[in-house]
Write a protein that binds this ligand. Structure first.
Ligand code: ATP
Length: 298
C-alpha cells in the first residue's frame, strides 16, 4: 500500500461511524478553555489490530484516548468504542476494556498477587492472576509488595493489571517506559500473543522502534489533528522514497540518492569488478519520516 492510498482510506468528518470498527471517531473536538487540544479528529481502529498513535508531547493523544475510555467528554464529534458511546458505557461495556495508564498502582502496600486478585474480581471472566504474573515475568515477585518493585517491574505490574480482566480492547499508554531492553522484547512478544488471541490494542508510544515492531498501522497526530494513517513501512511515502546507496572509494565515503538502487548497485559492482567496499543501502527510517512530518507542523 502506498502512503497516499493509506491516507485515502482514512475516514472524513461527516462520514458515518464505522459499525464494524473497535473504535470509530468523527470530528472529535476537545477544548480546555480557549485551547483546542483535539481539533476535528477522524479515526477508525479495526477489530483485532494493534494501532499505534504517535505524536509529540501535547499533541492530544492522551486526551483522545481518555475520551475513548470514558474518562473525559468531548465538546463536539462522535465516538463509538465497541459499539457504544463511551460516556454512556455501562458495566458490561467497561468490563471489555483493559487500561494501562501512564502512572499505575505501583505504590500500593498490597502484594502483586493481591492487587491482581482484587482487579480480577471486577471482571466476569478474568485471567488467572498467577498466569498473568507469569506472562509479564513477575512470578518471582508474586508475594512482594508493589511499592518494593523497581520502576520497570512496576510498569510490568501495570500491564498485568490491564490484561487480567481478559479485555477485548486494550489501551496501552506508553507501556514500556522504564523497561530494560530485554523486558521490552518480552513485552513485545506478550503484546503479539495477545493480538493472536484477538485483542485489539491502541498503543501510544514515543518509541518509534516499538511502533514499527508492533503496530499493524500507525497514526501520527500533531496539534490535535491526525496527519496520516498508514502501515509503518508506508508512512510518509517511506517505501517509495529514494534509497541512499553508500560505499567507500578513493579513501572517502561516497553516497548517492536513487530511486533505482538495484540498478545503481549493479553498475557499481561492475565498476569494482566484484565486492563494493562498505556498501550500504538505506531508506528513510520511521523516525526520519515522523520527525519530518512533525517538523512541518510545528
Ligand atoms: P504526551 O505525549 O506529553 O503525553 P499528549 O499527546 O498525550 O502528550 P495531551 O495530554 O492529550 O497530549 O494534551 C494535549 C494538550 O492539552 C496539551 O497542551 C495539554 O497541556 C492540554 N491539556 C491536557 N489536559 C488538560 C487539562 N485537564 N486542562 C488544561 N489543559 C490540558
Amino acid at each position: 500500500m502506498t502512503a497516499s492510498s493509506a491516507a485515502a482510506v482514512r475516514p472524513r468528518t461527516g462520514e458515518a461511524l464505522d459499525p464494524d470498527a473497535a473504535i470509530s471517531i468523527r470530528g472529535l473536538v476537545k477544548r480546555y478553555g480557549d485551547f483546542v487540544a483535539v481539533d476535528g479528529l477522524d479515526l477508525d481502529i479495526r477489530r483485532g489490530e494493534i494501532f499505534a498513535l504517535l505524536g509529540p508531547n501535547g499533541a492530544g493523544k492522551t486526551t483522545t484516548v481518555e475520551i475513548c475510555e470514558g474518562y473525559r467528554t468531548q465538546d463536539a464529534g462522535a465516538v463509538h468504542v465497541l459499539g457504544e458511546n463511551p460516556s454512556d458505557g455501562g458495566r458490561r461495556w467497561k468490563a471489555q476494556l483493559g487500561i494501562v495508564l501512564q502512572s499505575g498502582a505501583g505504590d500500593s502496600q498490597l502484594t502483586c498477587r493481591e492487587l491482581l486478585q482484587a482487579q480480577a474480581s471486577y471482571y466476569p471472566d478474568p485471567r488467572d492472576p498467577d498466569e498473568v504474573l507469569g506472562l509479564v515475568g513477575l512470578t518471582e515477585k508474586a508475594k512482594s509488595r508493589a511499592k518494593t518493585l523497581s520502576g520497570g517491574q512496576r510498569r510490568r505490574l501495570d500491564v498485568a493489571l490491564g490484561i487480567v480482566g481478559r479485555p477485548t480492547l486494550l489501551f496501552l499508554d506508553e507501556p514500556t517506559t522504564g523497561f530494560d531492553p530485554e523486558a521490552r522484547r518480552q513485552f513485545w512478544s506478550l503484546i503479539r500473543s495477545l493480538r493472536d488471541l484477538g485483542t485489539t490494542m491502541l498503543l501510544t508510544t514515543h518509541y518509534l522502534d516499538e511502533a514499527e515492531a508492533l503496530a499493524d498501522r500507525v497514526g501520527v497526530i500533531a496539534r490535535g489533528r491526525l496527519v496520516e494513517v498508514a502501515v509503518p513501512s508506508a508512512l510518509g511515502g517511506r517505501e517509495t522514497a529514494p534509497a541512499v546507496v553508500s560505499w567507500h572509494e578513493d579513501g572517502a565515503r561516497r553516497s548517492e540518492a536513487t530511486s533505482f538502487p538495484t540498478a545503481f548497485v549493479r553498475e557499481l559492482a561492475g565498476r569494482f569488478q566484484g565486492e563494493i567496499p562498505e556498501l550500504s543501502v538505506a531508506r528513510p527510517t520511521l523516525e526520519d519520516v515522523y520527525l519530518q512530518m512533525i517538523g512541518e507542523r510545528s
